[in-house]
Design a protein around this ligand. Sequence first.
Ligand SMILES: [Zn+2]
Length: 566
Amino acid sequence: MKLKNSFFYTLRENASDEDSISSNLLVRAGMIKKSGTGSYMFMPMGYKILKNIENVVREEMNKAGAMELLMPSLIHEDVYAKSGRSETFGSSIFRLKDRYDKPYILGPTHEEMFAIAAKMKVKSYKDLPFNLYQFQNKFRDEPRPRFGLIRVREFIMKDAYSFDTDLAGLDESYEKMFNAYKNIFDRLGIDYKIVKADTGAMGGLLSEEFQAISEIGEDTLVFCEKCDFSSNDEIAECVITNLARKGEEMQMEEVHTPDSKTIEEVSAFLNIEKTQTVKALMYKADDELVACFVQGDRELNEVKLQKILGCSIMEMADDAFIAANSKAVPGFAGPIGIGCKVIIDKHIKDAVNVVVGANKADYHIKNVSIPRDVEYDLCEDITVVKAGDICPVCGGNLIFKKGIEVGNTFKLGTKYSEALDLEYSDENNKLHPVVMGSYGIGIGRTMSAIAEQCSDEKGLVWPSIIAPYKVHIVLIKDNDEEQAAAAEEIYKMLNIEGIEALLDDRKERPGVKFNDAELIGMPVRVTVGKKITEGIVEFNVRKTGEATEVKTDELLETIKETLKKV
Ligand SMILES: [Zn+2]
């Protein structure tokens, strides 16, 4: 592409409404433009990158035996009502009505639709297995869209679905997709980690996430220094080392703690470590009040708690709900005699001589022994893992990193096939639900994650596999006949060789052209200037900053060799 007379622009100023390095650079490079909260235009060069990522994904999906199709985004609400997701997705779904007042939604993910499509083929066990996928715009009414393409309301996703007769078949299909994902992210040159995750609104048996390591990542990943333990912190188990279990059991005693409601206030007032206190957290789970207790210095993990409770809606209980359903006094809630469901974090089940709320204004109880004095309904792991905890597998130190979830894989089981009557008959004509898996990759999010990882203070640094153009030719003097002819010749040669090139033939100063080249970040830059009279051009590698002079007759070979490496 020649820049003169093309739709090419860059911005000199930072984008005031962008909140990440990648989104600011992508906007300044003229690759994307925010069109509204959480939705973006993809400009020609940005769209090319998106398509290049899509092609890598498509190649690996096809190699793994999956077949591409296309579903509608506009879906009758009934379909999601059948699976229960109209409710569990809640306000994250975009809902609308047609002219006859019939309810529709804009698809947030397509398990239901693929189950319906699969019914066209599946009758007997002989019709399985198979795997289908699509690239399609998904819609989610995110409460806080941010970081450019990373958290948006409309996005392009590759979603694949596997269909098998049994769990052993699912394991095999899952493995194929899992390996395809590794190939994809390896080929894209992303620095990523794979972690176990919560199955959340998807339901199912197992979820793993492919996380691009990045400071702006919204997920916290937990790894072991020694073994291969890795997990999203939403579900990470941990071993707490600073447990409250000091000394011999002493006599319980009520103590007056005026105005001491928070753990900070109570521990300061009684002059004890926070680890010797027990924190109460009250939740409304569906319509039940649940009192949860963790060590005073710890946070409660709501994802773990909701999974244990198996409730569909969970929120912090308000004072009125607490008062109506228990004997707890806000700020002084304790597990003894509270009069509602009690869950104890498993890490404190042996704690002795701890301080708990007395369920009485301005009073706590000290010297409480959890095994001796506390009756509870459940004892489970409900704490958030944090620095200082050790690996539950080997006892090694845990490392924390931030990640952007670029892909996920789910072993769904039969949740959707049962909801939508996707069944097959076995050898004895007995009916069984089909066993499904689902596999997603956010294409725009992957683009942003790469931009986040591959950029410097001057701009973007695209890996050659997805760069929209591999070579950026800068013509120094557009009115110098010899230079213009040489640049044109190089441009033509690259086109013949199938190497996509940009030719900056605009009437601009060299400084402007160089800055734009750094900003948009094509892997290789070839500068045609004065030395062309000696048959020499300047050759720059964006990633390494390497600058050399190359003879024009060696240029093609140098470009080919370099593109293999960057
Ligand atoms: Zn370990």
